[in-house]
Write a protein that binds this ligand. Structure first.
Ligand code: ZN
Length: 149
């Protein structure tokens, strides 16, 4: 009974709410900003460097959805390695969560492997954590929670 109730509550508190954005790895963010501005008919609304990940990012809005472009800023950046292996293209899908630590705990218990077992500061005022693509059919999944100050 208690167990059923907590599952019932959990599905409202901890579930992934929606796709927050889709991340696309690019070689040259300047030229890709032009390309995606032509595609969407409007410019990116922000650029942001995330030093800890070795990336420069830019964000576009397309209706209710967001697209994040990512360019490596160092050779050992995960984006540099991704492009070397697979070329440019869709890099990750990010899901919005309310409580990232609770979600990491839930997913770890479910048997998913996390790249980040503790959330870290990402772009766009978010706490983020990535799941290992080996445990999600080769899809790199990011969890993100808004930082409220
Ligand atoms: Zn992302």
């Amino acid at each position: 009974m208690v167990f059923k109730f907590s599952l019932f509550v959990a599905q409202f508190l901890f579930k992934m709410k929606k796709i927050e954005h889709i991340g696309i790895a690019v070689k040259n963010i300047e030229s890709s900003n032009h390309l995606f501005a032509s595609l969407f008919g409007k410019k990116h609304y922000k650029t942001e460097s995330v030093a800890s990940e070795g990336v420069m990012t830019s964000f576009f809005e397309c209706g209710p959805n967001k697209i994040e472009l990512l360019q490596a800023t160092s050779e050992d950046s995960p984006i540099a390695k991704f492009i070397e292996k697979k070329g440019e293209g869709i890099h990750h899908i990010a899901f919005a969560v309310d409580d990232i630590e609770a979600e990491i705990e839930r997913l770890t218990k479910e048997g998913f492997k996390m790249i980040h077992e503790k959330p870290k500061k990402g772009a766009d005022n978010k706490l983020i954590a990535f799941l290992h693509p080996k445990s999600t059919n080769g899809v790199l999944i990011e969890l993100c929670q808004d930082i409220h100050d």
